[in-house]
Unconditional design. Structure first.
Length: 87
């Protein structure tokens, strides 16, 4: 009996799929990949149940939560991202 147990080795199809996914991930432009990951994160968060704070109606709480960032901040962020992309 050996002191080190045998290490399980994946079959060839699993290994090939992993290599293919790695190469595919390396070919995606970084900005596009991050955008896709952020979109997935937003989708996951949108599925979470929301409970309003005590004493506040659900719709009013949602309006207050989404109005926390005003439109001028969003425009500034978009402009700075666009100027970074042009450089």
């Amino acid at each position: 009996m050996t002191a080190i147990p045998q290490i399980p080795v994946p079959d060839a199809q699993t290994l090939a799929l992993g290599v293919l996914m790695l190469i595919g991930g390396m070919t995606v432009p970084t900005g596009y990949g991050i955008e896709r990951i952020n979109g997935f994160g937003r989708w996951v968060v949108s599925k979470l149940p929301y409970k309003a704070p005590p004493g506040v109606e659900t719709e009013q709480a949602m309006v207050e939560a989404t109005d926390a960032v005003d439109a001028s901040e969003v425009e500034e962020i978009a402009a700075s991202e666009q100027s970074e992309g042009e450089q």
